[in-house]
Ligand binder design. Sequence first.
Ligand code: UD1
Length: 377
Amino acid sequence: MTSAPLIDLIAGARPNFMKIAPIIDALQAARARGAAVRFRLVHTGQHYDRTMSGSFFEQLGLPDPDVNLEVGSGTAAEQTAAIMTRYEQVLLREKSALCVVVGDVTSTMACAITAQKLGVPVAHVEGGLRSGDWSMPEEINRLVTDAITNYFFTTTEGANAQLRSNGVGGERIFFVGNTMIDTLLKHRPRFQAPPVWTHAGLRPQGFLVLTLHRPANVDDEDRLRGLMAEVMRGACGRPVVFPVHPRTAKTLQRIGVTAPNLHLTEPLSYLEFNFLVERAQAVITDSGGVTEETTVLGVPCLTLRDTTERPETVALGTNELIGSDPVALHPYLEKLYAGGWKRGAIPPRWDGFAGERIVTHLLERLGVSSGSVESAP
Ligand code: UD1
């Protein structure tokens, strides 16, 4: 008897967890309907703290990883090498039929290379995104991963066009929507107030949320000091809630920024962070994923970057690209305070069914019957 094909699902860093969860849900549902497929959740351990990893597993109802590579922190090369060496051992113990990677973090690229070198086909969820900025580690991860991906699960028409212009045949591109948004829509009714909501006396639309973690913004003391000064000036006394990423915390501790209306917190859990985002007057960020969440929640978003790999959040959504000079925040904030922010629309197929679509395609690729149920729209 041949055993059911095995799919590896790779998750390593915080933004991966919400992207993989809907795929696990859909795979579990397919198995419950009798689909003969197995999966192995591989956590690389790139993020390992409770605040960066554990709380996401709990709140999103993720199963315990089947394998934890426990690579921990290090330089990009150290992390890449450790993930590759350890994932290779996992594959040598039992080779999977397919390796599914999500997003653009170091774990994504490292596992894609390892799998493909051992002849395991790679599926990339969120393939085809490009910022064009090679100074961002994520852009290198996207380019390398997509160069060796067999099946692309895309979030936007822009990503489809990018892949086609790179010579990828349409039969390898599956426009499925956005699994990060599946997670957002599923858990929206469960968002919960973090302690800072009461401590700081926050009120709906009466405060700003700030997130900063890009190396270009947070590794240099002068740069971070300048950013914080302009954000606090632009807040005009409104409370600013700043959940601090561990990378940012290192620099922030050295420069010691304080203000009565600045509320620094640990990295928040998924349900707590999005509770705040949904009620914020605006979010100021250098994240990519947050610009997608604010677009769906209809919350104004100001992105402190020169480029974005998610242009639909600007063209369709509530996001504006401010650039890297934080002084440019002020005219945008004036527009916000004057009530002139665009309303935005939700990009096509960001409808909560991406995970189901992905699993339908995965089972087809593997020749597994998915049982006869109504498929996602
Ligand atoms: C990574 C991703 C980035 C993603 C971000 C979300 C890459 C290249 N970057 O960046 O795309 O937006 O995650 O958070 O993969 N640390 C802890 N605890 C942890 C994890 C990290 O304290 O659980 C600290 C360590 O000191 C580490 C630093 O954070 O050196 C940075 O972590 P790292 O995994 O290198 O990249 P991020 O900056 O988190």
